[in-house]
Design a protein around this ligand. Sequence first.
Ligand SMILES: [Mn+2]
Length: 424
Amino acid sequence: MRFIHCSDIHLGNIYGNSDSRYKDYFSAFSYVINTALRKKVDFLIIAGDLFQRGNIPPSVLDDTIKVLEPLKEKNIPVIAIEGNHDLYQRRRDESWLEFLSRRGYLILLRPEWDYQSARISFFPYQEETCKGGYLTLGNLTIYGIGYWGSNTSEMLIKTISALPEKADIGIFHGGVWDEGFMDLGRVSSDDIAPLSDIFRYVALGHGHKRYEVPGNSASSFAHNPGALEIVNPEEGARKGSENGWFCLVDMEPSEPYVEYLPLPRRTFINEKILVDGANNNDEIFRLFSEYIDKKSQTIKPNENPILFLKIDGRISFNTFDLDLENLKQYAEERLNPSYMEISNSALFAGKIVNRDNKAMNIDEIYQNTIMDIISEQEDPLYKKNNQKILNLVYRIKEEILEKNNKNLDELVDLIHRERMKFDE
Ligand SMILES: [Mn+2]
């Protein structure tokens, strides 16, 4: 039995109102499906985040059905689990994947989670209800573990106790990395190790980059091919982001044979342009146009790249006077991007003084400003927790500006978690 495993397709993701970017995610998925047809696989696995959000617009659902149609016609099963992005209004028991499952476009696997008894159960997939936690396909048993959110490690222990001693494939939307601040859906390599005793292959999703988890034997047992296309702009700043990946897996003979297949991506440029020491807009324009001209030599005429450019450095004039419009116009003319964001992160190199006429560094200016805003709030909760709020603002600032994280769900979750720690 041979199958393709892909993950984090994020259909319906959009940058501004760029139609070509909207289509990129469908083209990427189509590429995988065409490969599945060409390689004559027995089935396709989607390890979560088929959609960008739980409440997709009708057009996204329609476009998704069009892409899935050829597999349905050829009777090639698509086995899917829900990722955090797929859940409708953050409910574990509702998503548009369920609709697609009922209409025969995919088989949605989801374990039963009983809140009262805190128990997880896997029931066999029933064709009548289109529900179940596992299914048998040919000689393979396939379990859909799904996504467990902020307490993934704890839920994984409960999941393991609900699983049989041996099965073939497990599908899990959870990140296996031992560090990192964004810990939603994360487990350690120790947490996931017991799955290697149960499954011959674990299909991972959630982390948008490619990695493998080594098991007891020499080869890896869990594989994460990463997102097909770049979802969050910071992913485009990483080395090796020029293409996406998906896995072609052969389950026979005993040891699975895993081949990572590359997927072409649209050119994505997420870079800083240093303008240190610039005295005026003309000097900034000169540095910027040099950068753009150089880039234009590496980009094909109809490539229409995605641009996320940050003007960075210390300049000798007021940063509010920096003329971004002029820069945008030049980039537009030279590169004809399908989407572009140019932001101003330049700092004024001069000095700002505090009430005692002492020069403040940029951090002190930030802190003073945030503390001023907090002290203006009437609700005493603010003053009581001013230090905690300040720290939280800093963490969010870091996520957005330094890590370019625009995942609103994660940021809102972070605020909710930190809010629980406030003194009442
Ligand atoms: Mn994802």
